[in-house]
Design a protein. Structure first.
Length: 353
């Protein structure tokens, strides 16, 4: 989505003694933008700067064309859901949701009516009188969302909104949140560490590392074509950067020495090569057959997840391979063992760097 008139247009420049942030955001009306990045990358600082909670040394924040750069936090048309929700313990769910409108000067009866409608909308009409301590994690998250929406914001900010939930509750609440965000007409910015949250909830993903934008695009595009090691690990791909000449890509190996990767099709110039751990086959002896890549590597670690086993390998290149438990037993692998790791050229994605 490339809006002509964005609901949010912001350049955020924040500097601290050991950290600098400089990113530009444009979000269309009704669009959900997810911010991904490692710890300390600056994701939460982005939200705080948008809300006026983190001072900027340069830049601007415009919502629906209105410049909010110098506007105090409490006067910005912004709703925010914090990671730990920050509900008022001494207030009921209804009172929590009505708090924002009351601060805006909305009469008490009207504010409580608006709050009741929102609690009904998030499926918590029967919990209007409940205090936060009696709510489950999923219920508290929905009250926090209703509270953020009660002020009728044009920009909705969510900081790890599902992080405090267990896996089962997370699935249910994610579905609820997806529906509510689809009905929100303003711009939404979500910070998350979970690629699944980004895939399900966001229209577009921005990846921030060390205070700078390193990649953006649709969730599918970012997952298919990662451009940094962090993104590759996040989506579970083996990623290397190198120089292509025809079907051969020369990448920098673990020790700094050049390593050849064979790819399908012809390419030239600086490229990324990527392949899934499931596309890696492991052998005790060097494999033969169709054009493929093969490296003699050492087993660095083995971990079980779901119905697969992930084998971490190191040597001239570092990579991960996913095999079945039966395959692990057949190969009789243990840390330190040497194996051949093989990937067919047709399984290696190659795209411009």
């Amino acid at each position: 989505m490339t809006p002509t008139h964005p609901a949010l247009d912001a350049r955020l420049v924040v500097r601290r003694p050991s950290f600098a942030l400089d990113v530009h955001l444009r979000v269309a009306p009704g669009e959900v933008l997810a911010l991904l990045g490692p710890n300390g990358a600056g994701k939460s600082t982005v939200l705080r700067a948008l809300a006026g909670l983190a001072p900027m040394v340069d830049g601007h924040v415009r919502v629906d064309g209105l410049d909010l750069t110098a506007v105090p936090t409490e006067r910005r048309p912004i709703g925010m859901v914090f990671q730990d929700y920050l509900l008022f313990d001494h207030m009921s769910a209804l009172e929590n949701v009505a708090f924002g409108p009351r601060c805006q000067g909305v009469p008490k009866t009207e504010a409580r009516t608006r709050a009741a409608r929102l609690l009904d909308r998030v499926g918590l009409a029967d919990h209007a009188g409940a205090r936060p301590r009696s709510l489950s994690g999923g219920q508290a998250q929905r009250v926090a969302l209703a509270r953020a929406l009660a002020t009728r914001p044009r920009l909705l900010l969510l900081d790890e909104p599902l992080a405090a939930l267990d896996a089962h509750t997370r699935f249910s609440v994610r579905s609820h949140l997806q529906r509510h965000l689809a009905d929100f007409g303003g711009a939404t910015v979500i910070v998350t560490h979970d690629p699944l949250d980004a895939m399900v909830l966001a229209d577009r993903v921005m990846v921030v590392e060390d205070g700078a934008l390193v990649q953006q695009g649709s969730p599918v595009d970012v997952a298919r074509r990662p451009r940094t090691g962090y993104v590759a690990r996040l989506v579970g791909l083996n990623l290397y950067r190198g120089r292509a000449d025809g079907t051969r890509v020369t990448v920098t190996g673990t020790s700094g020495a050049p390593v050849a990767v064979t790819v399908a099709g012809t390419h030239s110039g600086e490229v990324f090569t990527a392949f899934t751990p499931r596309s890696v086959a492991l052998y005790r002896t060097r494999p033969d057959g169709s054009p493929r890549n093969a490296w003699r590597l050492a087993v660095d670690g083995i971990e079980r997840f779901g119905d697969q086993v992930r084998v971490h390998l190191t040597g001239e290149v570092d990579l991960s391979a996913d095999i079945t438990p039966a395959g692990l037993a057949e190969l009789a692998l243990a840390p330190g063992d040497l194996v051949w790791a093989s990937v067919k050229a047709t399984e290696v994605a190659c795209y411009p760097a």
